[in-house]
Write a protein of this length. Sequence first.
Length: 367
Amino acid sequence: MPNVQKLKNIVSYFVPLSENIEIKPLGAGHINDSFRVTNGNNEYVLQRINHSIFKDVPALQSNILRVTMHIRQKLIERGETDIDRKVLTLVPTLEGKLYFEDADGNFWRMTIFIRDSKSYDEINPDLAYRAGIAFGDFQLMLSDLPGDPLHETIPNFHNMEFRLEEFRQAVNRDRVGRVMEVDDLIKEIESRAYEMCLPERLHREGKLPKRINHCDTKVNNILFDNDGQVLCVVDLDTVMPGYVLSDFGDFIRTGANTGAEDDKNLDKVGVNLEIFENYAKGYLKNAISFLTDIEIDNLAFGAKLLTYMQTVRFLTDYLNGDTYYKIEYGNHNLIRTKAQFRLLESLEENFDRMHQIVLRSAEEYKV
């Protein structure tokens, strides 16, 4: 953590410093360092942007500004009150820039702190429904964002063809001699490869549109008020063009898993259909107004796709010698791979039921 005096100096590039200024670490973000800044009567969040992951900081910040300004306008049109708690608000530097670069080459940004808010790490059926409403409304508000497409802040992030290319390179190189021990998993991945590249084919055929995705649809990326009502979606670094099925599927992958992402006991791993159904109902309540039939028809497939994609990414890293994901023990990425693959099998076993849940929910809202 940078020293307090250094942080105060960074804050001074965004707002004039008060005599009463307090800076404390905030949260446990894995990507960015965050601090809560109390400056007189005003509160802010100061974040160091991890530009080893987000290499084009101006593009990143431009995306966030466009998205938050558009959402703000939508909230005004709806007649909402207390809007500063219902959308993130960027604080520009005193020179009007959306970020500050310090002498060490670190990039910083500031937003208004959203008071009287909380987030959840654990999921339950009621929370899944409210999370579905939040992410569905987020996409609805951004479905008519004017102008050029948003920047890809992490290129090819949810591109299955690209992830398979990386995987096959890892298999061919076999850098650390692990290919033989995972031969069965490699065959399982390859047997599903064509099916899992369906969205890219549909997009090239002009049948599946790219929309504005959040690309990190976890329940802890939603802020709720003290009564448990949705305030807003946060952590907008990965907001970029994508297929809605990916955002839908990523929530199911993380939120509807009965086990842990790295569960050693595969008997604990499977899909919680109650969570799935509640999230689908919440999501479609708002999203039904802009989704096409082909998008609705592939939402359940999105859960399989994102789980398969994460299986591929964990195994790729294992074959490359564990260079991307932080590991806690030697075969951690292999344990993760096996747990994700077990979840994929559960999703496949329950796919027809999941698909019917989506179609039934969509029909209810269409009426």
